[in-house]
Design a protein around this ligand. Sequence first.
Ligand SMILES: Nc1ncnc2c1ncn2[C@@H]1O[C@H](COP(=O)(O)OP(=O)(O)OP(=O)(O)O)[C@@H](O)[C@H]1O
Length: 241
Amino acid sequence: MRTALANAPQAGGPLEPVLRLEGVHKIYGTGETRHVALDAVTVDFHPGNLAAVVGHSGSGKSTLLNIAGGLEQATSGTVTLAQHVLTKMGPAELTRTRASSVAYIFQEYNLIRTMTVLENVCLPLELSGMARKAARRQAAEALERTGVQGHARKFPDQLSGGEQQRVAIARAIADHRPLVLADEPTGALDSANGERVIALLREVANSGVACVIATHNPEVTAAADQVVRLQDGRIVAADTP
Ligand SMILES: Nc1ncnc2c1ncn2[C@@H]1O[C@H](COP(=O)(O)OP(=O)(O)OP(=O)(O)O)[C@@H](O)[C@H]1O
């Protein structure tokens, strides 16, 4: 059953999307190397929703996520994140908005090997200005939510892949950003660990976060509220929530 939504609608009104892409194009290269990676992509992602972005290799899934999170710029079109128009921002404002609004989970976990598990989860909290003590408390809570609190003092290399991904999820949810983008989060995991990660992401979405997952894993798609299917950079099917 769903827990209370952080961004609950007013008296039955519609939920504002956390993320809106409108007519987004992404073109790489010019002339003979010109490639249209995203072609007129228009889609909304809502709080409390788990969305799967699916499609063949090269269909544009990672490009969509990278543009959604401000890691890459759209060639044209509008991206609105937490009511901020990313596509109109200068670099400083973009960095601030990304830091307050979006967190990432990657296939390869991207933990810092020379830092302990707790330090890895504390890092984004401290970078956003939180005092060390408060950051450690909040990081410990996030590790508890993902069931890896017992590994707090270990280094990432001392953990299994599934445990490392749960630490990466803890890092992504520790400071309660409204959008979590996950690029193939189960891609490096066996099916049991993959299922655990999917269940955790489902819980994260249920807590009111918009979770958008690029994936080839049909189990992620089965757990999703919204499925966006890309083909050659175009949305060919979208089950909207
Ligand atoms: N920096 C880049 N320069 C040129 N072309 C690129 C660049 N990044 C991606 N592409 C191309 O854009 C298309 C979409 O790539 P993208 O990585 O988004 O696909 P994907 O659906 O995530 O694939 P996969 O499932 O293999 O991860 C591909 O044809 C890719 O080769």
